[in-house]
Ligand binder design. Structure first.
Ligand code: SER
Length: 320
């Protein structure tokens, strides 16, 4: 029997690509995409799509029953920058959606859960270089607080109720299909779009702000790998550190200039600088590499080649 999958937040940056990939693997009919509204028409029109409100237990439950769902990927969340503008909304959305899904698993309506955490669980007191799995965690953003608390609850539900929940602390994710929204690492996506369309970009982070990042293809591979891993190989039931590369706005601009020689970057840090400054520069992900054979494929150079190639196609004037 093939297991049926529900993706909540399928219109978003990661949710959309996860939907495409999981459909490739499990077949269109076994992967149900859902979101709070029809914000991504490509996803809405690409297979079965349901309107689901992640904050409403029965909204998810009805969808689970209707489609006989076995596994949920909960990709709906308010990210770091937007969360600072709407702290209570971020808290409510990020926590209630997680409890709804964990409680569905506790009640045995579903048997497996993926929930993303983030480098935002770390804070200014965390060691910044090669940040280890178990370290000081005093996040200063509402988003980071929800991720840290969420991790504790995931582990709790695993320990006390046997809920099979699996999680990764994503670094900033760079991709070309769906724009990210409301994150501090979003500059690393916007910069490529602006390089192609305008030949210049004003960064909201300073030139030497180094952050852990990852290309989307690697993020999707990792997500599928951890979900496919035998349960007894997973030694971490809070959330796994995950890494691929680290770079600054200056590094990425230099890499873009290898393709677009006249590309100009300027710097005008805003409130997101403080958020970025509170996060690690690089991550030690040896548990993921050891427990479920994680291995990244993309570095800054390879990612830039792919981003420029794909975005040039995307913005090319249609030929008549
Ligand atoms: N990419 C996220 C953000 O910037 C971090 O997980 O908020």
């Amino acid at each position: 029997m093939s297991s049926k999958i529900l993706i909540i937040g399928a219109c978003g940056q990661i949710g959309s690509e996860l939907t495409y990939k999981l459909r490739e693997i499990h077949g269109n009919d076994n992967v149900i995409a859902s979101d709070i509204s029809y914000t991504n028409l490509e996803i809405v029109n690409s297979g079965i799509f349901e309107i689901v409100d992640a904050q409403d237990y029965s909204s998810i439950h009805i969808c689970v029953e209707k489609h006989k769902i076995d596994t949920i990927y909960l990709m709906a969340a308010m990210l770091s920058a937007t969360g600072e503008k709407y702290p209570m909304k971020a808290w409510d959305l990020n926590m209630s959606s997680l409890f709804n899904v964990l409680n569905l698993a506790k009640a045995k309506f579903i048997s497996k859960v993926f929930w993303p955490s983030s480098i935002a669980v770390f804070g200014p007191t965390t060691p910044k270089e090669q940040t280890s799995q178990h370290t000081i965690m005093e996040p200063t953003t509402v988003y980071g607080i929800t991720k840290q608390v969420g991790e504790r609850w995931c582990e709790y539900y695993f320990d006390k109720y046997g809920v099979d929940v699996r999680s990764i602390r994503y670094p900033g994710i760079v991709s070309w299909k769906t724009m990210p929204g409301g994150g501090t690492t979003d500059y690393a996506v916007e910069i490529y779009h602006k390089a192609i369309t305008d030949g210049k970009y004003e960064s909201f982070l300073s030139e030497d702000t180094e952050l852990p990042m990852m290309f989307m293809d690697d993020a999707i591979t990792a997500t599928i790998q951890i979900m496919d891993a035998p349960a007894n190989q997973l030694s971490i039931r809070s959330s796994y550190n995950l890494a691929a590369m680290s770079f600054t706005p200056k590094d990425i601009a230099g890499e873009i200039q290898k393709h677009i020689r006249d590309f100009i970057i300027t710097y005008n840090p805003d409130f997101r600088q403080q958020i970025a400054d509170s996060w690690p520069k690089s991550i030690d992900d040896s548990y993921a590499r050891k427990d479920w054979n994680w291995n990244h494929q993309f570095d800054l150079e390879k990612m830039t080649n792919e981003m420029i190639l794909q975005l040039k196609k995307k913005y090319a004037p249609a030929e008549n």
